[in-house]
Design a protein around this ligand. Structure first.
Ligand SMILES: [Ca+2]
Length: 196
């Protein structure tokens, strides 16, 4: 399991012990997308590179989860079941906001859920916050995917790709996802900087 659980407390810094908690404090969990527990994504290295063909320095953890697949016109992306799952340890009961950091949201749509609950949609038109140019054509940014109530403890977080380029009209099903954040408090995205 690769997740970092932190408490928004003075001098606390990053507590890397899963399960760490502090009553009354805002809690967050940050995990790198490139370390899924399991995935059917078809990864490609070039999607996470910068214009000099090196992995972009903008990425948290120095890496990203990528996917690239070409479908035939008219095929439903969901039929291919491109999924990725992570195990996440939530530090306390609460209403969390799910943030994701990903590339070119306008081309990427997926469903997400915790523990086999009802799917929620991360749609093409969700605003990208704190956009950063990764390449001439690719921009990395943060997406607020909405709220979810979670109990303290381990949960399985899952996404399933549902879209493709040009808001579903294109044949390229792709994704570049850097990391995720669950937080009970306010979050002002600033690149790969974690809340503190
Ligand atoms: Ca990452």
């Amino acid at each position: 399991m690769v997740s970092i659980i932190c408490q928004k407390m003075a001098m606390a810094g990053e507590v890397k012990t899963p399960g760490a908690a502090a009553a009354g404090a805002n809690a967050f969990v940050w995990w790198e997308a490139e370390n899924p527990k399991e995935t059917t994504f078809k990864s490609v290295a070039w999607l996470k590179n910068n214009d000099q063909s090196k992995v972009s320095d903008e990425l948290s953890g120095g890496d990203a989860l990528t996917h690239y697949f070409t479908k035939k016109k008219g095929e439903d992306t969901k039929q291919f079941n491109f999924v990725a799952k992570w195990e996440v340890e939530v530090p306390k009961d609460g209403a969390y906001t799910l943030w994701s950091r990903e590339v070119n949201k306008i081309f990427i749509q997926y469903n997400w859920r915790f523990d086999n609950t009802e799917w929620k949609l991360s749609d093409y038109d969700f605003p990208m916050v704190d956009p950063v140019k990764m390449t001439k054509y690719n921009t990395l940014g943060w997406i607020n995917n909405g709220k979810v109530n979670l109990k303290k403890g381990k949960h399985v977080f899952e996404i399933q790709l549902t879209g493709s380029a040009h808001k579903g009209e294109g044949e390229h099903v792709w994704a570049v996802i850097d990391c995720f954040l669950l937080t009970t408090g306010e979050f002002t995205p600033k690149g790969k900087e974690k809340p503190h």
